[in-house]
Design a protein around this ligand. Sequence first.
Ligand SMILES: NC(=O)C1=CN([C@@H]2O[C@H](COP(=O)(O)OP(=O)(O)OC[C@H]3O[C@@H](n4cnc5c(N)ncnc54)[C@H](OP(=O)(O)O)[C@@H]3O)[C@@H](O)[C@H]2O)C=CC1
Ligand SMILES: O=C(O)[C@@H]1CCC=N1
Length: 290
Amino acid sequence: MACYTKKTIAFLGAGSMAEAMISGLVKAGIVPANQIIVTNRSNQDRLNELEGIYGIRGVKRDDLLFEEVDVFILAMKPKDVERALQSIYDDVKPDQLILSVLAGISTSYMEQNLRAGQQVIRVMPNTSSMIGESATALSPGKQTTRNNVKLATDILRCIGEVYLINEEKMDIFTGLAGSGPAYFYYLMEHMEKEGQKAGLDTETTRQIIAQTIVGAAKMIQEQDETPTELRENVTSPNGTTAAGLDALDNFGGGEAISQAVKHASKRSQEISSQLQKTLLKPEEKKLKAI
Ligand SMILES: NC(=O)C1=CN([C@@H]2O[C@H](COP(=O)(O)OP(=O)(O)OC[C@H]3O[C@@H](n4cnc5c(N)ncnc54)[C@H](OP(=O)(O)O)[C@@H]3O)[C@@H](O)[C@H]2O)C=CC1
Ligand SMILES: O=C(O)[C@@H]1CCC=N1
């Protein structure tokens, strides 16, 4: 299905995740670049940089015209979300859609910190959005209409594959796919080192490894075989792969990968529960704002 974005989208946050999504959206060529707005707290140089690269509009926070925006995308660090939500509370209308890509920030947290009836969707993309190859999950909040879920899906399809999941599965999705690219880069770093030690030049080694990963991923996507079957097909008795896999087992490779996913997922849960604890009651919020 095609992606679609004839809407005006404003990113609140101009870091690496915002850039990856902006790049994917612009490359998809569906949305006019001037309908993508990006703002941050104070780093004007960064806004100029994104404007220069992607032709989008970098706008100072105070100059953001909320009424021209259809979809807001929250893209700050989780530690900054409470202040960010306070700062938009008065300006966002409940029927303006808010997507959040923040790890560990639940839809109920956003709903409790915004006006009654606010339409929110929790989203977990990854940095492969940059080239339209993200695996992105979304979970709508309680007030979000089906039309807005469809709108979000249509937008996110421009940056890769989209999965509608129950929010309780968002932590594990984050551990697998949000953080996932980093595990593959880590693997590549280690493989690359061995290639170099054996005398291959860095660039050739990098491309060899990248093509090997792309090939393995496409085999999973295009052949009707499981990872176990495909691994067994590579492994000749007493051959090179068996020697490599034995080393992975002996050095705890499988367990290390399982633990990486579990720990990332657990960290997503921790971020949620830490923020939920600090959630201010409405009367406390007023006091804080004074
Ligand atoms: N990086 C990744 O692979 C992924 C990240 N995410 C999520 O994306 C979010 C952003 O991560 P990342 O891009 O790496 O972070 P960065 O630190 O690179 O960027 C954070 C951005 O948020 C801005 N910001 C902070 N507070 C506000 C505010 N109140 N209003 C507007 N902008 C604000 C900062 O602006 P300034 O510089 O002016 O302070 C900065 O531009 C995180 O919550 C993370 O969980 C999700 C999936 C993958
Ligand atoms: O490391 C993080 O917290 C973010 C969320 C998923 C990927 N990066």
